[in-house]
Design a protein around this ligand. Structure first.
Ligand SMILES: [Zn+2]
Length: 170
């Protein structure tokens, strides 16, 4: 079935992840089946310019091909205003530009005694892992530096999903 884009009325194309360059960053953005690639890109850019940038400023910048996250600005915004909705959108954006991942393997996690995962979540459910060590360190220092409880940062080397273990028995 061929759906037309709800915005421009051209052929929308199937749902998939589209990759494009934005200010030196590689954005991986999920496109649904009701929006064409061009409109999705435009929508994503508008969202960054008008929503995230307006509240959080230039949260990300690129220097020597490397994305730099202003964790100080992130911390400041969310310690001053209780806006879970905005925080979700910002975390989602950071996932799109490769700072967070939903996958644990080869990524980083802040863990307190218990152990309890202290990484950010998005939309109250999706647990996010840090792709880079430096982001995990900076985030942990700012967000958890003054806590009385102890925590540490761990690198997750290898993950074996339940499915794989259960299946290998048969
Ligand atoms: Zn369109």
């Amino acid at each position: 079935m061929k759906h037309t884009c709800y915005k421009c009325k051209k052929y929308a194309g199937g749902p998939r992840v589209i990759v494009f360059e934005y200010k030196g960053m590689a954005a991986h953005v999920f496109k649904d089946g009701m929006t064409c690639e061009e409109c999705e890109k435009k929508q994503w850019k508008d969202h960054y310019e008008n929503d995230i940038r307006r509240f959080v400023g230039d949260l990300v910048s690129v220097s020597d091909g490397k994305t730099i996250v202003d964790w100080t600005a992130y911390h400041k915004v969310f310690s001053e205003r209780r806006s879970e909705g905005l925080k979700d959108r910002v975390n989602y954006f950071l996932m799109d530009v490769g700072i967070f991942s939903v996958y644990s393997e080869r990524n980083w996690e802040i863990v307190s005694a218990g152990p309890i995962g202290l990484n950010p979540r998005t939309f109250g459910a999706t647990y996010l892992y840090f792709v880079r060590k430096e982001d995990a360190i900076e985030y942990a220092r700012l967000e958890r530096g003054r806590t009385l409880y102890n925590w540490e940062i761990r690198h997750i080397d290898k993950v074996i999903p339940k499915d794989k273990i259960v299946k290998s028995r048969n």
